[in-house]
Design a protein around this ligand. Structure first.
Ligand code: OFO
Length: 168
């Protein structure tokens, strides 16, 4: 059975994943409004991934006989200001999420809750992939000129992201 602390931690992380989904959703709507439909598409798809992550936590808590608590999600930021800032925020949010995931891994280790430890390994791998993905996108934007990126460079990035392969 989940310890009360673990149940709290997993519920908190479930809400974090919901917040991540809202952040991607908010930026996707912004990108779409700016005419970057490829970028928007990528962000919309990623919002769905984060929602799947939320569901993974929810299902796991239930599976272990724990209690799920659905809480309010804080309002996500709106207009990021530029494509570069958008992906900087996305990257930072993934880094913060990795920190939260590692805390849960450590907690499960300290408690000797090996089922949760095992469950969390999927997220450890996922976070590495997501950070790499966000970093690669940032690199592409920087190579394209960062804040001074030309319309043509942003157009190409926008087109690339339309078809960027998804992961889980
Ligand atoms: Fe962006 O990752 Fe969820 O966990």
């Amino acid at each position: 059975r989940l310890s009360p602390d673990m149940q709290t931690g997993l519920n908190k992380q479930m809400t974090q994943e919901a917040l991540a989904a809202q952040i991607y959703l908010s930026y996707a709507a912004w990108a779409s409004g700016e005419g970057y439909n490829g970028i928007a598409n990528f962000l919309f798809r990623h919002a769905n991934e984060e929602r799947n992550h939320m569901m993974k936590f929810l299902e796991y808590i239930l599976e272990r006989g724990g209690k799920v608590t659905i809480e309010a999600i804080p309002q996500p930021p709106g207009n990021p200001g530029s494509v570069q800032k958008c992906f900087e925020q996305v990257f930072q949010q993934e880094v913060d999420n990795t920190t939260a995931i590692y805390k849960l891994v450590k907690q499960s280790f300290d408690e000797g809750d090996w089922a949760t430890w095992h469950f969390m390994q999927w997220f450890v791998k996922e976070q590495t992939e997501e950070e790499t993905l966000a970093l690669n996108l940032l690199d592409k934007i920087k190579v394209a000129g960062g804040e001074k990126a030309t319309d043509e460079a942003l157009y190409n990035l926008n087109r690339d992201l339309e078809t960027e392969p998804d992961e889980a």
